[in-house]
Ligand binder design. Structure first.
Ligand SMILES: Nc1ncnc2c1ncn2[C@@H]1O[C@H](COP(=O)(O)OP(=O)(O)OP(=O)(O)O)[C@@H](O)[C@H]1O
Ligand SMILES: [Mg+2]
Length: 335
């Protein structure tokens, strides 16, 4: 495995600047997740590293080597594509073995067989090894596509939303599994997704990508607790962070220049009170927790609550801030 660096990488398609001046180091053995909405430039960034696109400017190195002009096949990367494509005429077994059969690798059949079976187990497809790849569900195909990358030990794994077509249970299982596999292999892995839970649970570091720009990079904890601006703050947290005008709620001493207060559940204190400054508008029962929809004058907030909290729709409450996040008029964080 190896370190991969991007230095000032940009890529434009016609009028669209898909990637803008991105600099990023994925350290040897690190799991980096790029998190961004659709069109943020996630796939383009991976394709640039793999050599499927050439940057307009900037430099990419893999294991210390500048890869400008180096063909994809010789960059030593394994790519799991967003639109995974398997060889339809081959079985699952042969799809997994394919990357190992390259004459350049000169592996013994027994070695290939052991590796295929090992990886098939990892991605839970070992019971379907003899199936044609066309006779699989979407989620099974996706697991074969992940497995086909994992059979190799490249400089870096590049994964483009590889868990997106799985059901929630399998996605949660494979999330854990992929993290385990990566740390056991000591693999360098760049993973892109729009799913904040995947980013929070798997990443050593999360990079927040917005309109082609890398807005912030840090550990999940840093990105969650110390967002650089409103955009980053809004990417993480369920329910979404509440953005309120300064002065709406008591309980904080905002720094000069504060325009917007960012309040997550942990930044809000609720106490029963009449008349109170807020009203319970709606309660969503999710089983293990409740989402309280709260109205403060014209403004609406959502916060998590204990399902046993004795509170009902229409109740008046008192709502107070506790160490919220502060943002200036330009959306930049103030501390
Ligand atoms: N080959 C191309 N030709 C023209 N425009 C492109 C091309 N590839 C990407 N783009 C544009 O570049 C921007 C970034 O695209 P990209 O595929 O990298 O986004 P993404 O973050 O992967 O999005 P998604 O989550 O939808 O997969 C988009 O506006 C897209 O329309
Ligand atoms: Mg994409």
């Amino acid at each position: 495995m190896a370190e991969v660096t991007l230095a000032g990488i940009s890529k434009t398609f016609g009028q669209t600047e898909a990637v803008h001046n991105v600099s990023l180091t994925i350290r040897d053995g690190e799991f980096v997740v790029l998190l961004g909405p659709t069109g943020a430039g996630k796939t383009t960034t991976l394709r640039l590293i793999a050599g499927l696109e050439a940057p307009d400017s900037g430099r990419i190195t893999i294991a210390g080597r500048d890869v400008a002009g180096v063909a994809p096949a010789t960059r030593d990367v394994a790519f799991v594509f967003q639109q995974y494509s398997l060889y339809p005429h081959l079985t699952v077994y042969e799809n997994l073995a394919f990357p190992l059969r390259s004459p350049a690798r000169r592996l013994q059949d027994a070695e290939i067989d052991a590796r295929v079976r090992e990886v098939a187990k990892m991605v839970r497809i070992d019971h379907k090894l003899q199936n044609r790849s066309t006779r699989l569900s979407g989620g099974e195909m996706q697991r074969v596509a992940i497995g086909r990358a994992l059979v190799r030990k490249p400089a870096i794994y590049l994964m483009d939303e590889p868990l997106s077509s799985l059901d929630a249970k399998l996605r949660a299982e494979l999330r854990l599994e992929l993290k385990r596999i990566q740390s056991e292999l000591g693999a360098t892995l760049l993973y892109v997704t729009h799913d904040q839970v995947e980013a929070m649970t798997m990443a050593d570091r999360i990079g927040i990508l917005a309109e082609g720009k890398l807005v912030q990079i840090g550990t999940p904890r840093e990105i969650y607790s110390n967002p650089a601006n409103l955009h980053v703050a809004a990417r993480l947290g369920q329910p979404h962070i509440n953005l309120l005008p300064q002065g709406l709620l008591p309980g904080c001493s905002a720094p000069a220049g504060t325009k917007t207060i960012g309040a997550r559940t942990e930044h809000l204190e609720i106490s029963a009170s009449t008349p109170g400054n807020a009203e319970i508008d709606w309660i969503e029962h999710l089983g293990d927790q409740n989402h309280l929809h709260i109205r403060v004058g014209e403004h609406k907030l959502v916060t998590l609550a204990d399902p046993y909290l004795a509170i009902q729709r229409g109740d008046r409450i008192n709502l107070k801030l506790r160490n919220p996040l502060y943002f200036d008029a330009g959306g930049q964080r103030l501390t």
